[in-house]
Design a protein around this ligand. Sequence first.
Ligand code: AMP
Length: 424
Amino acid sequence: MANPSRPVSGFEKLDLSPEMLRSLRRAGYAEPTPVQAGVIPAALDGDDVVGQAQTGTGKTAAFVIPMLELLDVDTKYPEPQAMILVPTRELAMQVHDEFEKLAHGSSLTCAAIYGGTPIRRQIERLRKGANAIVGTPGRVIDHISRRTLKLHDIDMVVLDEADRMLDIGFRPDIEKILRACPEDRQTLLLSATVPPPIEKIARKYMRNPQRLEFSPQKIAASSIDQYYFTVDQDKKFELLDKLIEREKPKQAIIFCRTKRGTDRIYEKLSKKYDKVGVIHGDLPQPVRNRAMSELRDGKIRLLVATDVVGRGIDVSTVSHIVNFDIPQYCDDYIHRVGRTGRMGADGVAYTFVLPDEGEELTRIEMRIDTLLKPAAMPEMDLVAPTARAVEIELDPESLREMEEKKAVQARLGRGRTGRRKRGL
Ligand code: AMP
């Protein structure tokens, strides 16, 4: 049994309260992760922070710890002093759980307010008072306009997975919310990437933010073996099936681009395998919650998912990621693959690439600054030779182009259309 009075070495250096050190020990966090070591001191100093970090790096605790240290414990029926905006309900629940875990032993509370569930219960919850709230922007706006949420006491705002919130189209809501908060608040922004629209928000709504980068691409690359298969669309399922047979993943998430595609793969997999689950935005919230907790408990071994809900899934036991469809956005690749190899554990990711998706793959490789390794499934013919022959026969222009590309690739030592090797 751990002695609660013994100092927690790495966290002690961060000048945290004895209560916080106790609760970190209880959570089993012995050492701060790099994101925590960077963000916590800056946040405790009252600085605004733009932190480039992806899920799986301990980023939630990186803002929850300073938030708990700064919140006012004595307020009895408080208006919230801290607000965390997140892109999805799943993430809202995870952040809420992390808050509760680290607030253990204190009276500080956090209310989660997100769409897809009845608003009434949330109104009741807010009426009781909460020191902090975590919510999705749409539902937060809803509560503000109903006057069930008041922001005049807000001292700290966290924008978590800011790039994703912008992707989903939450930008106007976020700006509206930020404008409704007191101007002298502190703002922390966490994002896997910092594209220009995020820079704009930082410039407009933050005060001289400290920029901290935790190089997500390096983190993703460090403990994860990343492979690709070039495969025809109609061979993808067979390849997936053979891959599952060969690799026998402890737990895998299979990402698809569309909800319908996700359902289709789920149905086909369920016919052959046990412990298959599905999660996408059209499923009712309780069903999604159940799938998430079953994944966490190991009751689901193969989860078929779309990107929006795939984000923020925090399960350290996921051993395999399969991108059944290549992600549409490079950053989705980082988020998808970030589901495995969490906290330094080993993981493997396979991306299925159609013969004409070479450019997409190259873009991803450039983004993560890592080349994916080609994978093989020797007993399968992944790309139909007839399709290639017809293409060549029908179109002499593309034949010439292919010959030229082949010559370039031979020089680069690469063997597939549309790929370039950087640094040559
Ligand atoms: P996050 O990046 O916030 O999604 O965190 C990923 C996982 O790491 C979560 O399960 C956390 O509970 C866990 N975690 C966060 N900080 C630490 C730490 N310092 N030591 C060990 N585990 C941690």
